[in-house]
Ligand binder design. Structure first.
Ligand code: HEC
Ligand code: HEC
Ligand code: HEC
Ligand code: HEC
Ligand code: HEC
Ligand code: HEC
Ligand code: HEC
Ligand code: HEC
Length: 418
C-alpha cells in the first residue's frame, strides 16, 4: 500500500528540483533544503473541498474500524443508525470504558475491545464471552486459545490509516500510544481518505498541481478484502470466512471477463450496509444494468420474483453469526456469483474434503451449490431453510438447469439438443 504514498512524494521532489535546480556558478549560494515531507493531514482537511465524498464516507463503515476510547461510551463517535450505538452495549465482564483503549468494529456485524495494555480482549481457557454480535444481540467467545492480555493487536494494515508494523514490539516506541500489545503505529483508526488516496499535505496546499492517487483497481480493495496469500477462498465450519470479497471475485465470471470490478458496482465512499439510510448510494450498478431482465427472467412462475442476488449472491460467508432460523443464511454477501446446478450440497460440491477451502474448477471458477442458492427461501428434506415450499436437491437441480430459458446460452443448448 505504501507505493500509493510515494506518488505525492515524487511530486514534491519535482517541486524541490525546480527550486534548487539552478546550475550556474553565480547562482545564489543557498543550502538545498530538504523536500517538504509529505504528511497525513486527516479526512477533516478534505471535507471543505470534497464535501459530498466526505459526507458519504463518514456514514460508511470504513472510518469505524478501530475507534479510540477516552473513558466514556463512544456513542457520539459512530453514525446514529449503525449497529453500535443503536444497540449501545457496554464492554464485557470486568472491562469498562475506562480500562479499555479501543473498540474494533461495531458498525456492521460485531464488536471487540482492546484492553488497557493494547491487547485484543480474548476469552482464554475460561471461555469468557467477549465478542458482541449485533444481529443476534448475543455474546460469544473469541480465542479461547489466548489468555486475556496476550493477543497483540497486529490487525492494523487492514483496519487503520498509515499502519507501520513494529517488528521489535518489545521496543514500545514503535507501538501506538506506547502500548505493549499494540504492535505498530498508525495515523488514524479506520480507513480514511488518505489510506486509499495517499498522504495529502501537498495536495491540500496546491490541489491543481499536486494530484492525489486514484487507484480504481479491484486489487486495491483486495489489499484488505482478502484473507489468503494465494487468494484461495478460505472457509471453516461450512461457511466462507469473512473479508474475502476479492478472493471470491477473482474466482467469479466477472473477474474472468475482467469486468465489472469492485468500483463498477460499488461507490467506494458510500455504505452498502446501510444503503437505504446512509448518505450516498453504495451500489452504483445493478445486475440488470448489464444483463437484460427479459433474457434472465425465470422459467417457472415464482409467486414473487426473487432478486438476482437472492440466488447469485446469497450470504454464504460468516463474520459474526449464522441466521439462527436458517443454517443456509450466514451474514456476509458472497461474490462468487456462478451457480453449480448439480444435485449436490455444499459438503460434496462446494468445499474441499477438509472444509478449509472452496473448490475451483479447471478454469479457476468457484460455484455456489444449490443449497445456498435456493434454501434461503425453500426448505430442505429436514425442514431447514426458508419459509417456502420444500424442494429436494434433485428437484432444484432439474429446475435450475436452464432456469433462464431466454438466456442466449440456454437457447444455444436447446438448438444443440434438437
Ligand atoms: C476505500 C478507498 C477509498 C476511500 C477511503 C476514499 N476514496 Fe476517494 N476514491 C476511491 C476510488 C477507488 C476512487 C475512483 C472511483 C470513483 O470515482 O468512485 C475515488 C475517487 C475519488 C475522487 C474523485 C476522483 C475523480 O477523478 O473522479 C475524489 C475527489 C475522492 N475520491 C476523494 C475522497 C475523499 C475526500 C475521501 C475521504 C472523505 C475519500 N476519497 C475516501 C477510493 C477511496
Ligand atoms: C483546497 C481544496 C482541496 C482540498 C483541501 C483537498 N482537495 Fe482534493 N481536489 C481539489 C481540487 C480542486 C481537485 C481537482 C484537481 C484537478 O482536477 O486539477 C481535487 C482532486 C482530488 C482527487 C482526484 C485526483 C486529483 O488529484 O486530481 C482526489 C482523489 C482528491 N482530490 C482527494 C483529496 C483528499 C483525500 C483530500 C484530503 C487529504 C483533498 N483532496 C483535499 C481540491 C481540494
Ligand atoms: C487482510 C485484512 C484484515 C485483517 C488482517 C484483519 N481484518 Fe478484520 N476485517 C477486514 C475486513 C475487510 C472486514 C470487513 C469485511 C468483511 O468482514 O467481510 C473486517 C471486519 C472485522 C470486524 C467486524 C467489523 C464490524 O463492523 O462489525 C471485526 C470485529 C474485525 N474485522 C476484527 C479483526 C481483528 C481483531 C483482527 C486481527 C486479529 C482483524 N480483524 C484482522 C479485514 C481484515
Ligand atoms: C485498508 C483496508 C481497506 C481497503 C483498501 C478497502 N477496504 Fe473496504 N473495508 C475495510 C474494513 C476493515 C471494513 C469493515 C469496516 C467496518 O465494518 O467498520 C470494510 C468495509 C467495506 C464495506 C462494507 C461497509 C459499508 O460501509 O457498507 C464495503 C462495501 C467496502 N469495504 C468496499 C470497499 C471497496 C469497494 C474498496 C476499494 C475501493 C475497499 N473497500 C477498500 C477495509 C478496507
Ligand atoms: C457493469 C456490467 C455488469 C454488471 C453490473 C453485472 N454483470 Fe454479470 N457479467 C458482466 C459481463 C461483462 C460478464 C461476462 C460476459 C458474459 O458472460 O456475458 C458477466 C458475466 C456474468 C455471469 C456469467 C455468465 C456466463 O455466461 O457464464 C453471471 C452468472 C453474471 N454475470 C451474473 C451477474 C449478477 C447476478 C449481477 C448482479 C449482482 C451481475 N452479473 C452484474 C457484466 C455485468
Ligand atoms: C431463482 C434463482 C435465480 C434467480 C432469481 C436468478 N438466477 Fe441467474 N441463474 C440461476 C441458476 C440456477 C443459473 C444456472 C443456469 C444453468 O447453468 O443452466 C443461472 C444462470 C445465470 C447466468 C448465466 C447464464 C448463462 O448464460 O449461461 C446469468 C448471466 C444470470 N443467471 C443472470 C441473472 C440475472 C441478471 C438475474 C436477475 C434478473 C438472475 N440471474 C436471477 C438462478 C437464478
Ligand atoms: C456485480 C456487482 C458487484 C461487484 C463486482 C462487487 N460487488 Fe460487493 N456487493 C455487491 C452487492 C449487490 C452487495 C450486497 C449489497 C446489499 O446487501 O445491499 C455487495 C456487498 C459487498 C460488501 C458488504 C458485504 C455484506 O454482506 O454486508 C462488501 C464488503 C463488498 N461488497 C466488497 C466488494 C469488493 C471488495 C469487491 C471487489 C473485489 C466487490 N464488492 C465487487 C455487488 C458487487
Ligand atoms: C427469494 C426466495 C427464493 C429463492 C432464493 C428461490 N426461490 Fe424458488 N420459489 C420461491 C417462491 C416464493 C415460490 C412459490 C411459492 C412456493 O413454492 O412456496 C418458489 C417456487 C419454486 C418452484 C416451484 C415453481 C413451479 O414450477 O411450480 C421451484 C421448482 C423453485 N422455486 C426452484 C428454485 C430454485 C432451483 C432455486 C435456486 C436456484 C430457487 N427456487 C430459489 C422463492 C424463492
Amino acid at each position: 500500500m505504501k507505493t500509493r504514498h510515494l506518488l505525492a512524494l515524487f511530486a514534491a521532489g519535482i517541486l524541490v528540483f525546480a527550486l534548487v535546480g539552478c546550475s550556474d556558478d553565480d547562482c545564489p549560494v543557498t543550502e538545498p533544503t530538504a523536500p517538504e515531507a509529505v504528511a497525513f493531514v486527516g479526512s477533516a482537511s478534505c471535507s471543505g473541498c470534497h464535501e459530498t465524498k466526505y459526507n458519504e464516507w463518514i456514514e460508511s463503515g470504513h472510518p469505524y474500524k478501530l475507534t479510540k476510547l477516552d473513558g466514556i461510551a463512544p456513542i457520539l463517535d459512530f453514525p446514529a443508525f449503525s449497529m453500535y450505538p443503536n444497540d449501545a452495549v457496554d464492554p464485557p465482564g470486568d472491562y469498562t470504558w475506562d480500562n479499555t483503549t479501543y473498540t474494533i468494529g461495531g458498525y456492521g456485524w460485531k464488536m471487540r475491545w482492546v484492553d488497557e495494555n493494547g491487547y485484543v480482549v480474548t476469552s482464554g481457557a475460561a471461555g469468557d464471552l467477549v465478542q458482541y454480535n449485533f444481529e443476534t444481540e448475543g455474546w460469544v467467545t473469541y480465542h479461547t486459545d489466548n489468555e486475556p492480555g496476550t493477543k497483540p493487536y497486529n490487525c492494523g494494515q487492514c483496519h487503520t490509516t498509515g499502519w507501520v508494523a513494529n517488528d521489535v514490539p518489545e521496543d514500545t516506541e514503535g507501538n501506538q500510544d506506547g502500548l505493549a500489545g499494540m504492535w505498530g503505529t498508525f495515523f488514524a483508526g479506520g480507513i480514511h481518505c488518505e489510506e486509499c488516496h495517499g498522504k495529502g499535505s501537498l495536495h491540500v496546499e496546491d490541489p491543481e498541481n499536486v494530484h492525489m492517487l486514484v487507484d480504481n483497481s479491484s486489487a486495491m480493495c483486495g489489499e484488505c478484502h482478502t484473507r489468503d496469500s494465494e487468494n484461495r477462498i478460505a472457509s471453516s465450519g461450512g461457511y466462507i470466512k469473512h473479508h474475502e470479497q476479492y478472493d471470491e471475485w477473482l474466482h467469479s465470471p466477472h473477474s474472468a471477463f475482467g469486468a465489472p470490478g469492485c468500483n463498477t458496482c460499488h461507490d467506494p465512499h458510500a455504505s452498502v450496509h446501510f444503503d437505504d439510510i446512509a448518505l450516498g448510494t453504495g451500489m452504483l450498478a445493478s445486475c440488470t444494468d448489464c444483463h437484460d431482465a427479459t433474457e434472465y427472467a425465470l422459467k417457472a412462475e415464482h409467486s414473487f420474483t426473487p432478486q438476482c442476488i437472492d440466488c447469485h449472491m446469497p450470504q454464504v460467508a460468516k463474520s459474526a453469526v449464522v441466521n439462527p432460523d436458517n443454517p443456509y443464511d450466514a451474514d456476509v454477501t458472497s461474490h462468487i456469483i456462478a451457480i453449480n446446478t448439480d444435485p449436490v450440497n455444499k459438503t460434496d460440491g462446494m468445499f474441499s474434503a477438509d472444509g478449509a477451502f472452496v473448490l475451483l474448477d479447471d478454469d479457476g471458477m468457484a460455484r455456489i451449490t444449490l443449497d445456498f442458492a435456493c434454501y434461503g427461501c425453500h426448505k430442505d428434506d429436514d425442514g431447514n431453510g426458508g419459509s417456502f415450499s420444500p424442494r429436494t436437491l434433485s428437484e432444484l437441480s432439474t429446475m435450475a438447469v436452464g432456469i433462464h430459458p431466454n438466456a442466449k446460452s440456454a437457447k444455444k443448448a436447446q438448438v444443440a439438443a434438437r
